[in-house]
Design a protein around this ligand. Structure first.
Ligand SMILES: *Cc1c(COP(=O)(O)O)cnc(C)c1O
Length: 342
């Protein structure tokens, strides 16, 4: 499969901006090339545009080569780049299941790309015949969020592989919640499939939503296109330095994930014991999708008690569903006690 054929013509032809940090790489004692302030204060110099130090720590953790990593201002930057690199405005389309993460559609709308939403099955799995029927010559990307937000489940691996084997488009598997799942990552498939992009993030299991650091893992060629199109200094130095600290303590992330997995079961049992909770769907993520007696009423009640959850009542296949993030033991007990009094 030729990735080059999927690129927009303007991107194939693009001569990227060459910044001062790209032209000179190495150690010198006098830097007069970038019109920076000479007064050292920790942030007076432009940061490394390709974040080599962060990637050096991240690559062995993700079991990829550094050249297979793109880092962006949240996963949202990577999502937007997929459109800007592969999709011709007003011509091309993308296919995604519904419900899923809202940013795929928002970025499609911003980039004037047709977004084809295909409802999941009743069991929240991919409706493969309908997905296949939605794909045509101008389909440039398939969005597959697994574990899926807001349903919480992983999609069947055979279905994900079907797209990789059969579709002449980029297949983006968003693994924002993969650390909370025991079903396995698609990262190990990268060397086999040049059209695979795996998205991960520092925002969930790593506990770093505020630093805005998203990860795209793909073939060296695809990462090259990401690097060509992104803003030159898309990840600031404060974020890069903070990420280095975070990556040095993988054990801490793993302890937190283990605690959340325990609490996910605790919270599920608590919720299921409440009469207003009709169903708690299986979750491979750090949240639970719950069907309740009346989502609007319960959402408003919780809000008035100072507890905020996500009301998904108006989302496809999620009538009367609330999405509840797994919190600390205290927080989980608090939502339970509050709902018990309803
Ligand atoms: C939370 C989330 C992300 C993370 O987005 P960031 O921009 O990296 O914070 C990505 N994808 C999905 C499906 C999410 O739910």
């Amino acid at each position: 499969m030729e990735i080059k054929q999927l690129l927009r013509d303007n991107i194939r032809r693009l001569a990227p901006y060459s910044c001062a940090r790209d032209e000179f790489k190495g150690e010198a004692s006098v830097y007069l090339d970038a019109n920076e302030s000479p007064y050292n204060n920790g942030t007076n110099r432009y940061p490394d545009p390709l974040q080599a130090e962060v990637k050096a720590l991240l690559a062995p953790i993700k079991k990829v080569r550094q050249s297979q990593i793109f880092l962006g201002n949240g996963s949202d930057e990577a999502i937007d780049l997929v459109y800007r690199i592969f999709c011709r405005p007003g011509i091309d389309n993308v296919v995604a299941p519904a419900p899923t993460y809202g940013m795929y559609q928002v970025c499609a709308d911003i980039n004037d790309i047709e977004y084809r939403a295909v409802p999941l099955t009743d069991g929240y799995q991919l409706d493969m015949p309908a997905m296949k029927a939605a794909i045509d010559q101008n389909t440039k990307a398939i969005w597959l969020c697994s574990p899926n937000n807001p349903t919480g489940n992983v999609f069947a691996k055979d279905d994900l592989l079907w797209f990789l084997d059969n579709v002449n488009a980029m297949v983006v598997v968003d693994e924002a919640y993969i650390d909370f799942s025991d079903k396995g990552t698609m990262v190990e498939m990268l060397d086999k499939y040049p059209n695979l992009i795996v998205l991960q993030t520092f925002s969930k299991a790593w506990g770093q939503a505020a630093i805005r650091l998203g990860i795209a893992l793909a073939s060296e060629e695809v990462i090259g296109y990401f690097n060509k199109v992104k803003y030159p200094y898309n990840v600031n130095i404060l974020t890069q330095k903070h990420a280095l600290k975070v990556l040095e303590d993988v054990a801490k992330k793993e302890r937190n994930v283990a605690e959340i997995l325990v609490q996910r079961d605790v919270l599920r049992d608590l919720l299921l014991s409440l009469s207003c909770v009709k169903e708690v769907y299986p979750s491979d993520a750090n949240f639970l999708l719950c069907k309740v007696s009346d989502a609007n009423v319960i959402y408003a009640y919780l809000q008035q008690k100072g507890i905020i959850v996500r009301n998904r009542n108006r989302v496809t296949l999620c009538a009367n569903c609330l999405r509840i993030t797994v919190g600390t033991p205290t927080e989980n007990a608090e939502i339970y006690e509050t709902l018990k009094e309803l």
